[in-house]
Design a protein around this ligand. Structure first.
Ligand SMILES: [Zn+2]
Ligand SMILES: [Zn+2]
Length: 311
């Protein structure tokens, strides 16, 4: 029996822990049989067999450690620095302010502003630092370019990358420049930047299409807490028929408050790949998230303008 045959059989086993145990058993068996048969253990072929089995064992161990990290629930994102409630993950539920580099929830952005005498004033200042806000998005980007990017604010660097990617706010579309900025923001800890690099590899924006690299960047992003990257990984697993791994990704996404991940579990349940208990658990986790982000002020903002929707 060739170890290559053994390797391919072991790699087909979905449970990595079982694979590691089996790889260890194969390693021992090869050694035992050859010893009993008095075969020279200094024989080159024997050494090769032993090395292959050991490498397989290491590969499985690496995969297990990788999966342990990949399927760990990432910590929740930050809180709004004004109301101290957990920030929603929906993009319309918060706003980034380049003046002070803070992310403020839609409720606090929408909340009325009063002067020293208690009279409501036109809220054209940052709700946190009270700096006067720029007149236009173009002016806002110019502000970010000159101030926040100089102090290596990863959000500002990422947002500038989006301007180049989409050719907006006065920037000419340039996917290569966008990727450079996403890499810089990613290195500074911006997880969404890694998701954008993964997407560039998936669709071939500024790079050749490379699904392996797309997957690697999505994993890096998902481990850092990006729910979109986590959802993409879930869908990739569905496409390759690994429903158990897809379910794990979607469950983590549901706990983080990602509605599409919850829908993913609902679809797995409808198609018979997830149990009713799985779906119930996902619903409960999502409800817990909603309980943490809901507020009267945020509801008011959402009721007033669809652009403030936060879940
Ligand atoms: Zn707030
Ligand atoms: Zn500010």
């Amino acid at each position: 029996m060739q170890t290559n045959d053994v390797s391919s059989i072991i790699k087909l086993i979905p449970d990595i822990s079982v694979s590691i145990v089996l790889a260890s058993i194969v390693l021992l068996l090869v050694w035992f049989i050859l010893s009993v048969k008095n075969i020279n253990t200094n024989n080159e072929h024997f050494k090769e067999l032993l090395r292959d089995a050991a490498e397989l064992h290491d590969e499985m161990l690496f995969k297990q450690k990788h999966d342990e990290e990949l399927f760990k629930q990432p910590p929740p994102g930050g809180d709004c620095p004004i109301c101290f409630l957990r920030l929603p993950i929906l993009r319309t539920g918060y706003k980034y302010y380049s003046c002070c580099g803070n992310i403020i929830c839609s409720g606090c952005v929408y909340a009325p502003v009063y002067d020293d005498q208690g009279n409501e004033v036109d809220g054209k200042t940052c709700p946190f630092c009270r700096t006067e806000l720029p007149e236009s998005d173009e002016e806002d980007m110019a502000e970010r370019l000159t101030k926040r990017i100089d102090v290596k604010d990863p959000i500002a660097i990422h947002d500038l990358g989006c301007c180049y990617r989409d050719g907006k706010h006065g920037f000419t579309q340039d996917h290569v420049k966008a990727l450079e900025l996403f890499h810089e923001a990613g290195e500074l800890g911006h997880t969404i930047a890694h998701c954008n690099i993964g997407y560039a590899y998936e669709v071939g924006h500024g790079v050749e299409v490379d699904m392996k690299k797309a997957n690697q960047y999505y994993e890096l992003s998902a481990i850092g807490g990006c729910t979109q990257a986590r959802y993409n990984l879930g869908n990739m697993e569905v496409e390759t028929g690994n429903m158990d791994r897809a379910l794990k990704h979607f469950m983590i996404g549901a706990e983080s408050g990602y509605n599409d991940s919850l829908k993913g579990i609902q679809e797995l349940y409808t198609d018979g790949y997830a149990t009713k208990e799985d779906y119930t658990e996902a619903l409960q986790l999502y409800q817990t998230y909603l309980g943490e982000i809901k507020s009267v002020q945020r509801d008011k903002a959402a009721a007033d303008d669809e652009g403030n929707r936060y879940y």
